[in-house]
Write a protein that binds this ligand. Structure first.
Ligand SMILES: Nc1ncnc2c1ncn2[C@@H]1O[C@H](COP(=O)(O)OP(=O)(O)OP(=O)(O)O)[C@@H](O)[C@H]1O
Length: 234
């Protein structure tokens, strides 16, 4: 197992947001963390990455318990967190943004170069010298993911990758995620919408108010309208 999360609880101040969340991501698999607005998806990601001030539970990454490690140590072990807001350098070009993310190759995981990333995101290839600030939101989202891959992660947390994208770009994003999986990368993505998630994910975990309501193969979730209609935007 690449990532194994159990009994994860998280708080902001006095407010408990996560209640014993459990999920597994196997090597080379794509797992969708699904839930409505405010269900706790981002908080789950931030807790896994050690960014929530108070958290409890166990997070095993690779063969190591990282539950008590600071974020930079978890990232050093190959976890990449791509937040929902696009964090690119607006005054650097596409290729310069990619260079900023470059890290040495990591044993046993895909090794990314700008050229390989341009194959994954063909529209970035067409704008290598464009400034980040002059790209559309969808293009910036792709650049954010591409730059994270330059760190040669073992697992990527993708927070709502389809959020706010035009339908054509959503399709490109789905292709890119499938290609990332084909390379052997493990992916945990969050989504509000079942439609996009079902195209690309092997398994689903549904959360509501910080509680896991369903965990299983995506095909099983899709065959249970009672579950997804209760907890998701469809
Ligand atoms: N920094 C914070 N301080 C206090 N409460 C927060 C903070 N961030 C999130 N929350 C609360 O935690 C709950 C879960 O939020 P979270 O962002 O994890 O949800 P989400 O499922 O990712 O939804 P979204 O689609 O809006 O990102 C919400 O009730 C939210 O208001």
């Amino acid at each position: 197992m690449t990532l194994r999360v159990s009994n994860l609880c998280g708080w902001y101040g006095q407010a408990q947001i996560l209640f014993e969340v459990a999920l597994d991501v196997g090597p080379g698999s794509v797992v969708a963390l699904l839930g409505r607005n405010g269900a706790g998806k981002t908080t789950t990601f931030r807790s896994i990455a050690g960014l929530v001030p108070r958290r409890e539970g166990v997070v095993v990454f690779g063969d190591q318990d990282v539950s008590r490690l600071p974020t930079y140590e978890i990232v050093r072990r190959g976890l990449a967190f791509v937040p929902e807001d696009r964090r690119i350098f607006t005054d650097l070009t596409v290729e310069e943004n990619l260079e900023v993310g470059r890290q040495p190759p990591r044993l046993g995981v895909p090794h990314w170069t700008p050229e390989r990333l341009y194959e994954l995101f063909p529209n970035l290839a067409a704008m290598r010298r464009r400034l980040g600030g002059r790209m559309s939101g969808g293009e910036q989202q792709m650049l954010t993911i591409a730059r994270s891959l330059m760190g040669n992660p073992r697992l990527v947390l993708l927070d709502e990758p389809s959020e706010g994208l035009a339908p054509k770009i959503v399709e490109d994003m789905a292709h890119a995620i499938v290609a990332m999986k084909r390379e052997g990368l493990s992916i945990l993505l969050s989504e509000q919408n079942l439609h996009f998630a079902r195209l690309i994910s092997d398994a689903a975990v549904v959360i509501e108010s910080g509680h896991v309501r369903f965990a299983g193969p995506m095909a099983e979730l899709v065959s249970h309208p009672d579950v997804y209609e209760a907890y998701l935007a469809v």
